[in-house]
Every structure is written in structure tokens, then in C-alpha cells.
Design a protein. Sequence first.
Lengths: 245, 73
Amino acid sequence: MTAWAHAGPSVAAAFLASLVEFVEALTVVLAVAAVRGWRPALTGTGLGLGALALLVIVLGPALARIPLHLVQLAVGVLLLLFGLRWLRKAILRAAGIIPLHDEDAAFAAETATLRRGVDAVGIATAFKIVMLEGIEVVFIVVAIGAAGGLLVPAGLGAAAALLVVVALGAALHRPLARIPENALKFAVGVLLAAFGTFWTGEGIGIAWPGEDWAVVGLIAGFALFALATVPLCRARHAAPAEQGD
Amino acid sequence: MRAIVAALRELLSLFVDDASLVLAVLLWIVAVALVFSLRLIPAGLTAIAFPLGLAVVLAENALRGARHRRDRS
């Protein structure tokens, strides 16, 4: 009883901190599932969890010594490039410059690829987010639990957070499936660009105002900026070509 | 060898659609990292300038894409 009273704060801290990381991962995994299907989302998640488990087993206690900012910078830059690429296409689609279904051939190829069970884009996105957030959770558990010899309670707190988030995902995936495809792609682009910006900034050493809450501001900022760009692109596309333009 | 090249090309295409967008984003990241490390502007301003610059890069690229498609049609 006394032991658990002693461990309580560690469990709660690991639970809450891990919850934030798992929700961040869930957001992107759900978006991947809605846009690309559950197979690549779950494959990427499974591969991410497997790689994470391997990393923990192989590196063990040394994991805490890997500079987190290097992981954040590398993954952040990749996510940023990935997200901005999606967002650019979604803006052009929303502006009517790329017709929503102009990529019929690409869609057919995509469907065929999905049927073969390989969707590199979906798998890679889910994999990266699970890996990065998973590494952060491992760091959280090690950081909270290691000092007082409370690794098991801290790990249990993180596991409880994972269960809560999985239940949340199960409840949310059906409503998400009803959202129009380009709106989802737009949202995924915004999310990836925001998370990519956040982690790249963390890797550089930028102290975000509000710490993790800065992601919410970045999401709102990218969404507003991208939405404002849509009518500008439409106007630019509709304007008659001028000499030197 | 051909399979490795194809796999690498496939991997690259995940991140590179328009090379000028990638180049502009990477240059902006390097510029911000440099400015931040040399403390040329206040830290708080970097947190605003960094995402704002990325958004401007994105908007400029999308507008250029709109113009190119208009010129082609």
C-alpha cells in the first residue's frame, strides 16, 4: 500500500505525459487510416512499435543517453517536407487547379498497391509518428521512473495511457470516415506540417511558447494560412497571363 | 542494383514533389538554425519567424504552381 502511495505520482505523471504523446500519434495514425486505409496505418503502427521494442531491447538503459534533439530534428525535417508536400497539393486541389479526381490513374495504381498490401506513404507516415512518439514515451518513462527505481509503475502509467488512447481511436475512426477526402488530406497536411515544424524547432533548440501546447497554435496557424492561400491560388490561376508574369 | 535505385527513388518521392519547395524549406531551416545559434534575433522571435517563414514558402510555392498550371493550359 505504502509502495503504491509512493509510486502514485510517478504513475500519474507517466500516464498524463504519455497520454499527450499517444494522442499526438493517434491523431496522425487516424488521419492516415482515413486517407489511405487501415492496412497501411496499422502496418506502419505495428512496424513502428516493433522497431521501438527492438530499440529498447538492444539499447536498453543507453537509450536515455541518445540526444533527443537529433531524433526530433531528423524526424521533424522529414515530416515537414512530407506535410508541406501534401498541403501544397491539397491547397491546389481546393482551389480547383488540380481537379479532385484528376489522378484517376494514380488512384487506380494506389488501389492496386493497397490490394497488394504495400502503401509506402501510409506505412511510412504511421511508422514515423509511432516511432517518434514512442521514443518520447520511453524517455518519459525512463526519466520519471529511473530516479526513484519506479520504472515498473511509470511503465504501467504509460501502458494505461496507451489503452485509453486505443479506446479513443476505436470510437473516433467511424466519424472520421465521413469527411470528404480532400478535406482530410488538407487536415493531414496541416497536422504533419505543424508537428514537423514543432519537432524541427525543438531539434534546433527553439523554446516554443507554451511548450507542447505550441503544437495547437502551429496547427491553427498552418490551417489559417493554407485556407487563406486557396482563394489567392484560385485568383492567380484565373487571371489572364501577362507578359513577364 | 536497379531494384535498390527504384526503391531509393520511391523513398525520395515520398518527400520530394517539387524540388524548389524542398530546397526552400531546407534553406529556411538552415538559416533559422544559424540565426538562432548566433543569437542574432531574440529567442521568442525565432519561435514566430520559423513557422511564419515556412508558411510563406508554402504559399509562394502554391501560387507559383497555380501560375504554371495556368500558363500550361
